[in-house]
Design a protein around this ligand. Structure first.
Ligand code: CP3
Length: 345
């Protein structure tokens, strides 16, 4: 059957086409700020149980689409399902975040399995199928993975830290062993993203949440190079794969990131200078971002001003409205509604 190709505004931006009303989604849009998420969460057991229950994970993926009419749905899962599929123990402790068995010596890295157990991720691919068949045709469906550096920071430390000191220190002291870990994660990410495309996502985002803690040489080696290999590897199997890169905190290193990695768009965090973002980055690549999640939580005139500032800077070119990082759990739903009204007019 042939027909009009479906118009997906967000996917069109990834293809370089500016939209008169920017498409909108929010990082962490399925989550604790939504009462309907908290309801499902209560019934699911552990957080990983929720990620691996296709019906429930599909339901929470769709909740923010139903409530807000966002232009993208993001698969409900977590970046740490990759260490899990590499056989590492991953637990999410209420109020404390993720807990993994730390990988703090080179011998432990030598003992890692080299490829993921794809069966462990089968529920994720099943979730993708369920979401795809339920999603309105104009909504872009996003898969994702964590970038190798960011996933490695959790694997080495065994938990989140403010400045990723354990992984930075390990990478300086044992660059070869750390490089092996990065290589394993790079190969795993290629495989995982290709399988997500095969299962039905329209595009993927690579989250490098901790890119900003690295000096330029290490940023090149541990962020740019692995992510470039992921993009090349995925396109080797899925030639038209659309990919968004999000190297949070990269600041002016973002220029090098877009020069060296053929991502379709780049996510901007809220700390970036907007003149730099518009003049140096958006002239090369569509951009996505970057309202401060704290402004969304605060609301009021700060929110109005924040939305205007982002729109004034970036809506003249190919642009996807988003936050500069994930929505904070205690953000009022009414503030999200107000933000969307203001953007869509
Ligand atoms: O809505 C979406 O964006 C899709 C789902 C999604 C989650 N995590 C669900 C989640 C996505 C894309 C992620 C990515 C993720 N996970 C990142 C990269 C982006 C970022 O936010 O920096 C990182 C670093 C993780 C690792 C992770 N997962 C941490 C550090 C935590 C604990 C902190 C927290 O917010 O609780 C998680 C748990 C997590 N992942 C929750 C959700 C909804 C909360 C757990 C719960 O509901 O019980």
């Amino acid at each position: 059957m042939t027909g009009e190709p479906v118009h997906k505004p967000l996917r069109d931006v990834l293809d370089g086409k500016r939209q008169s009303v920017p498409p909108i989604w929010m990082m962490r849009q399925a989550g604790r700020y939504l009462p309907e998420y908290r309801e499902v969460r209560k019934t699911a057991g552990s957080f990983l149980d929720l990620c691996f229950s296709p019906k429930l994970a599909a339901e929470v993926t769709l909740q923010p689409i139903r409530r807000f009419g966002f232009d993208a749905a993001i698969l409900f899962s977590d970046i740490l399902v990759i260490p899990h599929a590499l056989g590492r123990s991953v637990r999410f402790v209420e109020g404390e975040g993720p807990q993994l068995d730390p990988l703090d010596d080179p011998a432990a890295i030598s003992g890692l399995r080299l490829s993921i157990d794809d069966d462990a991720l089968a529920p994720v691919y099943e979730t993708i199928g369920l979401v795809e068949s339920a999603l309105p045709a104009n909504v872009t469906f996003l898969g994702f993975c964590g970038a190798p550096w960011t996933v490695a920071t959790y694997m080495v430390a065994g938990h989140g830290t403010p400045d990723q000191a354990p992984a930075r220190s390990f990478a300086y002291r044992h660059p070869e062993a750390f490089g092996r870990l990065i290589d394993i994660l790079t190969d795993a990410s290629v495989h995982y993203l290709v399988r997500q495309f095969e299962a039905g996502v329209d595009a993927v985002q690579i989250f490098d949440t901790w890119a900003g803690v690295l000096p330029p040489g290490e940023f090149q080696r541990w962020c740019i190079e692995p992510v470039r290999r992921i993009v090349d590897g995925v396109r080797g199997k899925v030639p038209d794969a659309r990919i968004i890169g999000f190297p949070r905190g990269a600041a002016t290193q973002l220029a090098r990131y877009v020069e060296q990695i053929p991502v379709n768009a780049v996510g901007l965090d809220w700390m970036i200078d907007l003149n730099f973002a518009r003049d140096v980055i958006q002239t090369r690549r569509p951009v996505q971002g970057n309202l401060d999640p704290m402004v969304l939580k605060a609301g009021g005139t700060a929110l109005d001003h924040g939305v205007d500032t982002v729109l004034n800077a970036l809506s003249g070119g190919p642009f996807i409205f988003n936050l500069g990082h994930g929505i904070l759990p205690d953000t009022p739903v009414a503030h999200v509604e107000g933000m969307i009204r203001k953007i869509r007019g």
